[in-house]
Design a binder for this molecule. Sequence first.
Ligand SMILES: Nc1ncnc2c1ncn2[C@@H]1O[C@H](COP(=O)(O)OP(=O)(O)OP(=O)(O)O)[C@@H](O)[C@H]1O
Ligand SMILES: Nc1ncnc2c1ncn2[C@@H]1O[C@H](COP(=O)(O)OP(=O)(O)OP(=O)(O)O)[C@@H](O)[C@H]1O
Ligand SMILES: [Mg+2]
Ligand SMILES: [Mg+2]
Lengths: 256, 256
Amino acid sequence: MMRSIAIVNQKGGVGKTTTAANLGACLGKMKKKVLLVDLDPQANLSLHVGVNVIDLDFSIYDFLLERKTASEILAPSVFPNVDLLPSHLNLSAAEFELSYKVGREQILKTGLKKIAANYDFVLIDCPPHLGILTINAFTFATEALVPVQMEFFALVGMQKLEETIEIVQKRLNKKLKLSMILPTFYDKRVSLSGEAMKLLRKSYPKHVARTKIGRNVKLAESPAFGKAAVDFMPSSRGAKDYTALAREIVKWKAPC
Amino acid sequence: MMRSIAIVNQKGGVGKTTTAANLGACLGKMKKKVLLVDLDPQANLSLHVGVNVIDLDFSIYDFLLERKTASEILAPSVFPNVDLLPSHLNLSAAEFELSYKVGREQILKTGLKKIAANYDFVLIDCPPHLGILTINAFTFATEALVPVQMEFFALVGMQKLEETIEIVQKRLNKKLKLSMILPTFYDKRVSLSGEAMKLLRKSYPKHVARTKIGRNVKLAESPAFGKAAVDFMPSSRGAKDYTALAREIVKWKAPC
Ligand SMILES: Nc1ncnc2c1ncn2[C@@H]1O[C@H](COP(=O)(O)OP(=O)(O)OP(=O)(O)O)[C@@H](O)[C@H]1O
Ligand SMILES: Nc1ncnc2c1ncn2[C@@H]1O[C@H](COP(=O)(O)OP(=O)(O)OP(=O)(O)O)[C@@H](O)[C@H]1O
Ligand SMILES: [Mg+2]
Ligand SMILES: [Mg+2]
């Protein structure tokens, strides 16, 4: 049963890319077949997993403009059992070019249909913007996973995000659900972190993951080596947290 | 001589809002008259300075749709000598609505002309997206200040940012310059931070500020009190770093 998960939050720097890379790697270690989709013009996920984005001839940009198929741009085995559809910095042009096309929100879904069936999980890394790229992710995915940084601005964007999910449910994809809210950058020595955690659990009791991703410098260092923390330093807090998240995700049922 | 500064980086969570609020507060302490402009649909800057965004009747959204003037939406004295043009969560609709208007990149500049003359500094907080809101900021401002997080992905977006600045210079605002690159989240105990710093100084020798903003939890805590660090805890590292930045900014000349 293929699970398609959009990793989304219009707030910047909350750990979307870090979650895509590390959750993907940990699911791969559990022998799940994972497809990572880098939908961000910053191409951070592609860089994180060691793809040399500058040298790519073709990327998700060409796929979204329907000049290449998903199989033609696939970067296989970036981690064990994990493939990637890489991004490229010129994807920023896609937002304009896509906005004039008929059925512009359906392009990702249409293009992924065939290849997605080969995987247990498709994880889509979204940019910090509720624009046409994120809407394409929402039109394809059945689950939205929202990393939320345990600091003051944590919940500000949730209402807008939920409204966007509702609009997509109504008009484009009735299978989409807000599935899991993942606390990130948790720091138990910092009272602000604990307070944000309490507020989150109170506001979204059914959606908050049991796993919290702690602030851990190994998660910030591992991209420099093209690795996830679980390969870079398996004993690190970051590796353990994402391993626990992968186990929780496998058993997770999106709340109704 | 009014200085107009767009605080910009399409990478998320690098400290744009934190810089707008804290640099603004510190310039205000130096008796400079400062106008903060919150151009982010997340309205984080407005929340940071204690404005209750939910209860606002009018915001920068109405100003950009030309239904209200800047003076009509102004929130005066959010800090000593610091006024604010607040945002609102419905600003996310503006990106679509603005994209069809004639001269859509000039709306901010046209609307700010009169009021900006009353200030020494106009600081514009931009969302993590090189879209119509950021382009409006670029069309008005003469300086771009780019906070850059001292971690792996720091410089990925700089090329795109510089290309965007060049296009705006050519077609919309020949006075715009890449003025200052500000290292943020600097952590001297972390070797990754030092390496990112070296790479930054090597790539942009004339643009990197002498001041580095260190990682300091007081900067993350102060928004919960509607304050800048310099009012919340003047002895903190965060307060000292932004005070040093304000002094450097006052003497700063954008490199040619
Ligand atoms: N738990 C963590 N501990 C320490 N550093 C982290 C953690 N999670 C992410 N980081 C680092 O913080 C920065 C921001 O994380 P990341 O890029 O994953 O966020 P993002 O939500 O994808 O950002 P954007 O909105 O720009 O796409 C990165 O440099 C990353 O390596
Ligand atoms: N130097 C610092 N030390 C510790 N925390 C910081 C520092 N600078 C910012 N923060 C915190 O990190 C988070 C991200 O910072 P901020 O919101 O200023 O970034 P941003 O670039 O405006 O993000 P976005 O791209 O979403 O607009 C916030 O919770 C903020 O309080
Ligand atoms: Mg990202
Ligand atoms: Mg911000």
